[in-house]
Design a binder for this molecule. Structure first.
Ligand SMILES: [Zn+2]
Length: 880
């Protein structure tokens, strides 16, 4: 017997709730093993239709008492099980239901509902965690006004927080306990409910909104870590200002709070007025965090804050609409980061992530549309497709309409749907209305899975001075979707001549914003007045999340790398040169040959490295070859991860050897004696410095290893120390062992830093790594009960270390599967997430494919696995 029943939830089965809840009064009496929860729900029938039974959701609940309009309900008139409370014949009129339950936060290892993260009580209710606190209509279209009273031992939890504004607090007379009452005037779904109780230190600041209201800003962290929350506070204030300027959105409560907790299943949660964060996305200082950590903190703080309007004020009607809040908010946080930092660098970074994760998901058995049509377990749909491709879809709406109309559409969305639980259709309709255009074909971006392929051929007619693009689009089959309809694709482009961009005119009509709109399977575009044979620069800025197939000569790519006015496509041109070399070398290696070098690619890299006008962060990205995941996806089938790794390593070594002098000089020039600053420019210098270091060390020259060793020792910030350690970790030499030991000694008391140490060792591309990781699972710094530790060690091994997870003997698969089976009974969400590492198994060469399938079948056959894990494994194995 499976502990949880399999279930299938379909979008087409949606119907409005029979009952609504106007107000919720909650009263918590916090206790580690037995917290009492009293809930008073003001219910009313949703329509005047036939009376419906009242069925409230539960999960692992114990009912203590139940009363209707103040009268205890006779046992015969209801049925309470751990996962359901049914009143077959409730009165067909508004009434009050009082429910008392008791929950055990200390034993809650799923980290859903109310649980203890170390000494801190906290909650996580999205998607379906509120039903682990009390019986409720746990669906996002039931929105209510909440008042929350929390009571606790003053010594155990001096800080008591919930959503909204603080309305009362005090001692409980005659006891050692105290209480606080919070009221949230904004209607919200229960997944946005939050509560925190504990011994926490507060960092306080304030923000004056555009209409002049004062908002108190409080960030709560473990005592002693206050200094490490200052960057998060600064990011929050910048995000609040940006949302006013870019979207006209003002904050609405008197207080905004962020709490950092050490045990959290995800990144962070946008609970109304009380965001709860994985502490890795709050805590940072020069000595403890890398530039990437700072950038992530800025982005995640902004993301959760932006949800106040896109998620909280306007929420989702049902969980199929998850991208309505997530895709849109990812788009908003990407735009924020682009405005705070370098737009080109941010865009390239976002696209690298998209290709290495979302494109890979879209090409495998877990592919699903941005808005799925069915699910078995919603926890498994917090995916890169919903988030990142969902963000790309919003970006395309902006590309199609232009910034002014896009803003009008967003404004209309905010006014039309404020306080509602909305759908993707309602969101898109706002843009259709302001632009008076038809978005019905565009909706396929929400319903069709798979990465569209766009094949382009070009024809220049020197006599007629015309240039023609013949473009064919197709979307590959994905699970459950064998055939696809053509998409609406905004393709931004330029025609680059000897002296820069040529004017763009289609039949003598200027091309608006440089974008052609693809809508048909096959289309031709004829540009007129083209005075010379141009080089096409297509999908500029990555205007659409597509795979572009354009036969283009290496010489033309080198020209674009040097001359394209679109920085994204300058970077892309070098990536394309590198990708064709890498895929050719993978094939050569598999035949037993030796990888070749590409002098043209080296020339392009050398030119960019020598160009002092370019931002260092951009140069660093150009020098970074495509990721192993990206190369494997490009090859697509019969993938041998060892050959992929070797091809990539040999390109890095060749770059280090050919450009050694320039790399060494740049490594020196980018270093600075100025005190550490986390800003984008300083981070860009360090990024370039550290890419140079890594390429130099790829040659395995003693001088280069010595350089990394020296940087490790002398670094005055975590970015440089970590980068040096990462470089050393790739080389099996005594310097590595020494540095790893030293790193542990320095930072043993700091779990977030030790996570980096665990992740780094798990990613070492050597056969001995499996034994190293196995040994680290017994290390005192590791714990299966903490998601950050598990993700750092096991997640890094499974998702980052392509050669060792995909060991040809299958031991990597077996190791990860065994651990995830052990974790599953305690924390199924995290176990299912890490098992997603198997998602590309069908693209592997036959030996590994067979081993991966055998492991997956073994996991699937365990009768007691959770719904989360079963869903992932079953879909990964499915044939369609
Ligand atoms: Zn989000």
């Amino acid at each position: 017997m499976r502990t949880e029943e399999p279930r299938t939830v379909r979008l087409t089965d949606y119907r409005p709730p029979d009952w609504l809840i106007d107000t919720v009064e909650l009263d918590f009496s916090l206790d580690a093993a037995a917290t009492k929860v009293r809930a008073k729900l003001q219910l009313k029938p949703n329509s005047t239709g036939t009376p419906a039974p009242l069925v409230l959701d539960g999960d692992d609940l114990k009912l203590v008492s139940l009363a209707l309009d103040g009268q205890p309900l006779p046992a015969a008139s209801f049925v309470a099980t751990p996962d359901k409370l049914t009143i077959a014949q409730p009165p067909h009129r508004p009434f009050q239901l009082e429910i008392e339950t008791v929950v055990d936060p200390a034993a809650n290892s799923k980290l859903m509902g109310l649980y203890k993260a170390g000494a801190t009580y906290c909650t996580q209710c999205e998607a379906e965690g509120f039903r682990r606190i009390t019986y409720f209509l746990d669906r996002p279209d039931v929105m209510a006004v909440y008042t929350t009273r929390i009571e606790a031992e003053t010594s155990e939890a001096p800080i008591l927080l919930a959503n909204g504004n603080l309305v009362a607090q005090g001692e409980v007379p005659g006891t050692t306990r105290h209480f606080a009452v919070w009221h949230d005037p904004f209607k919200k779904p229960c997944y946005l409910f939050a509560l925190v109780g504990g011994k926490l230190a507060r960092v306080a600041d304030s923000f004056t909104t555009m209409s002049g209201r004062q908002v108190a800003l409080h960030i709560y962290v473990e005592p002693g870590k206050e200094e490490r929350a200052l960057y998060a506070m600064d990011s929050l204030k910048r995000a609040m200002r940006w949302d006013e300027e870019a979207f006209g959105r003002e904050y609405d409560l008197d207080i905004f709070m962020i709490v950092a907790v050490s045990a959290f299943n995800m990144g962070a949660m946008e609970n109304k007025g009380l965001n709860i964060f994985n502490d890795k996305y709050v805590l940072a200082s020069a000595a403890t965090a890398t530039d990437a950590d700072f950038a992530h903190i800025e982005a995640v703080i902004a993301h959760e804050y932006f949800h106040n309007w896109t998620g909280d004020r306007i929420t989702c009607r049902d969980w199929f609409q998850l991208c309505l809040k997530e895709g849109l908010t990812v788009f908003r946080d990407q735009e924020f980061s682009a405005d705070q930092r370098s737009r080109a660098v941010e865009r390239i970074g976002d696209v690298r992530t998209l290709r290495s994760h979302q494109f890979v998901e879209d090409a495998g058995p877990l592919a699903h549309p941005v808005r799925p049509a069915l699910y078995h377990e919603i926890n498994n749909f917090y995916t890169t497709t919903v988030y990142d491709k969902g963000g790309e879809v919003v970006r395309m709406i902006k590309a199609l309409l232009g910034p002014a109309l896009f803003r009008q559409g967003m404004d209309l969305y905010f006014t039309r749907h404020d306080g509602e639980a909305a759908t993707v259709e309602q969101f898109v309709q706002c843009f259709a209305d302001v632009s008076r255009s038809d978005f019905s074909q565009f909706m396929r971006w929400y319903t069709q899975a798979g990465t569209p392929e766009v094949a382009v051929t070009t024809h220049y007619d020197a006599d007629a001075k015309t240039y023609r693009l013949d473009i064919a689009q197709s979307v590959p089959p994905t699970p459950g979707q064998p055939t696809k309809q053509p998409m609406v694709i905004p393709l931004a482009l330029g025609l680059v001549g000897k002296n820069g961009d040529l004017p763009l005119a289609l039949r003598d009509r200027p091309l608006e914003r440089g974008i052609v709109e693809l809508t048909q399977p096959n289309q031709s575009f004829v540009f007129t007045g083209v005075a010379e044979r141009p080089i096409p620069s297509l999908n500029r800025g990555f205007s659409a999340p597509i795979k572009l197939k354009l036969p283009i000569e290496a010489g033309d790519l080198r020209f674009l790398a040097a001359q394209d006015s679109d920085p994204f496509n300058r970077w892309q041109a070098v990536q394309s040169l590198a990708m064709s070399l890498l895929t050719a070398n993978v094939a050569t290696l598999r035949r037993g040959g030796t990888p070749r070098e590409d002098a043209g690619l080296m020339d392009a890299l050398a030119a960019i490295l020598a160009d002092a006008r370019l931002e260092p962060a951009f140069v660093a990205l150009v020098l970074t070859p495509p990721s192993e995941a990206d190369i494997a996806r490009e090859i697509g089938h019969e993938v041998d991860p060892d050959a992929v790794f070797t091809a990539r390593r040999s390109l890095r070594a060749a770059t280090g050897a050919r450009l050694g002098a320039a790399l060494g000089e740049t490594h020196e020039r980018m270093r600075t004696s100025a005190p550490y600053q986390p800003d984008a420019q300083s981070a860009g210098r360090r990024a370039l410095q550290n890419v140079c270091l890594d390429l130099l060390a790829a040659t395995r020259a003693d001088e280069a290893i010595g350089r990394a060793d020296a940087q490790y020792e002398s670094a005055d910030n975590m970015t440089d120390r970590m980068a040096a350690l990462e470089t050393l970790s790739q080389h099996d030499r005594p310097e590595r062992a020494r540095a790893l030991e030293d790193f542990y000694r320095r930072y043993a008391g700091d779990p977030l830093i030790i996570d980096k140490w665990l992740a780094l060792q798990a990613a070492i591309p050597e056969p001995a790594t499996l034994e190293r990781v196995r040994a680290l699972t017994a290390h005192p710094a590791f714990s299966m009960a903490n998601p950050n530790r598990v993700r750092s060690l096991i997640g890094s091994f499974a998702l980052v270390n392509h050669t060792q997870f995909n060991r040809v003997d299958g031991a990597g698969y077996e190791f990860v599967a065994d651990l995830m089976l052990a974790l599953d009974s305690k924390n199924p969400q995290v176990a299912a997430r890490i098992m997603g590492a198997f998602r590309s198994w069908r693209a592997l060469e036959p030996l590994r494919r067979e081993r991966a399938a055998a492991t997956l079948r073994r996991v699937a056959s365990v009768p007691t696995i959770s719904r989360d894990l079963h869903d992932i494994v079953a879909r990964t194995l499915a044939d369609n």
